[in-house]
Design a protein around this ligand. Structure first.
Ligand SMILES: *Cc1c(COP(=O)(O)O)cnc(C)c1O
Length: 386
């Protein structure tokens, strides 16, 4: 083996010994709530398809129509001819839905966060973040060259203290709904603290958008608006079942991103067909309230069933329901035992979450059946109480 491969092999073996090695599993086609791995069909409790839209025929048709009309690729970056009527129409519809002046599409939520944080903070500035913020918000701060300060989870007092001593322009950035625990950020208090400190509040609502607040997300759920949360990130690979992301805010914010957000400027525009699929998905999210009602009922059903068999859950009102395990090896073994019983529930391990807090992350979807949820709880009880 050459020196590079020897070093990489040693690295991978070290991950293995700590039960932190990640391995790809290749999925064969399946129905929305069923996944097939290596010929084994499992009920899928790992997808972020909260509203059951990932397999929606109307969205697929819009995508196909868009590809017929525009071709598959955008052909260039937005500023170099890649920006089409399809992109513009969706951005306008999204801004309207969110009650904001404007919105700007990014290829992914990861890039939207890099672009937004980097456009609003730089050398000499401070980005204050919740310790459990998504990796892309953290990476956005690191890449911006601003000082990154992290406060303990959902601790508004700690956030306020960080902001009080912060230098330069100050950004306060948080997930709206936390991706691994499903709990909501204390947004009204965070907005108040940001206002007091003269900081700009940035909320990444990847998991609240589509699900909470009539689909408008965690900010709307709390009755807040653009004056409280001037910069809002929403993503489309989760509840919308599609792909992509956007930042929504004032016209000035969006114009600034067009000029300053490098992950917007230096990348090929999202395919216009995706924008057409998104326009259809957004109408469904707006109009089909029954999907939110259904997934909320399944969340209640799941939590009641867990209570009946004395399983302890986190404090999550959303379709993300974590079951805390602790040790990474144990979490992997439990995930495996659930797979043996027909359920796909991956173990979430560090560095996605803090050391010693490995867990099962169960996500529910409007497409699940009650019997699937009840079957999962029975399997969990059997595996965990063994
Ligand atoms: C999934 C996620 C992202 C990234 O969005 P993509 O469009 O998948 O890149 C960003 N923030 C949070 C909180 C997420 O959960």
């Amino acid at each position: 083996m050459n020196p590079l491969e020897s070093r990489l092999t040693a690295d991978l073996q070290a991950l293995d010994r700590r039960s932190l090695r990640r391995r790809l599993q290749t999925r064969a086609a399946g129905a929305p709530t069923v996944v097939e791995f290596a010929g084994r069909r499992l009920v899928n409790f790992a997808s972020n398809d909260y509203l059951g839209l990932a397999g929606d025929a109307r969205i697929a048709e819009a995508l196909a129509g868009g590809a017929q009309r525009w071709g598959v690729g955008a052909g260039a970056a937005h500023l170099l001819g890649g920006h089409t009527l399809a992109h513009a129409a969706f951005e306008e519809a999204l801004a309207d839905f969110l009650g904001r002046e404007a919105a700007l599409l990014f290829s992914t939520g990861y890039l939207a966060n890099l672009g937004l944080v980097g456009a609003l903070a730089g050398r000499g500035d401070t980005v204050v973040e919740d310790r459990l913020d998504h990796a892309s918000l953290i990476d956005g701060a690191l890449l911006s060259r601003a000082r990154l300060v992290r406060y303990s989870h959902a601790d508004v007092k700690a956030a306020a203290q960080c902001m009080a001593v912060a230098k330069g322009r100050v950004l306060l950035a948080s997930d709206g709904t936390f991706s691994m625990d499903g709990d909501l950020a204390p947004l009204p208090a965070l907005a108040q603290a940001a206002c007091t400190a003269g900081a700009t509040l940035v909320i990444d609502d990847a998991h609240g958008f589509g699900v909470l607040g009539g689909g408008r997300g965690t900010v709307a759920h709390f009755g807040l608006g653009v004056q409280d949360v001037p910069a809002l990130v929403v993503t489309f690979g989760k509840a919308l079942g599609v792909f992509g992301a956007a930042v929504a805010g004032s016209r000035e914010l969006i114009e600034t991103l067009v000029n300053r957000a490098r992950p917007y400027i230096y990348t090929t525009a999202l395919p216009p067909a995706i924008a057409e699929a998104l326009a259809t998905a957004l109408v469904i999210v707006r109009d089909e309230d029954w999907r939110r009602v259904r997934v909320a009922a399944l969340v209640t059903r799941f939590r009641e069933a867990c209570g009946a068999v004395e399983l302890t859950l986190g404090n999550s009102p959303t379709p993300i329901q974590p079951v805390m395990i602790g040790d990474s090896g144990h979490a992997l073994a439990i995930s495996q035992a659930l797979a043996d019983r027909g359920f796909y529930v991956p173990a979430i391990r560090p560095p996605t979450i803090p050391a010693g807090t490995a867990r099962l992350r169960i996500s529910l979807s409007a497409a699940h059946e009650e019997a699937q949820v009840e079957g999962l709880v029975a399997a969990l009880a059997e595996v965990l109480h063994r």
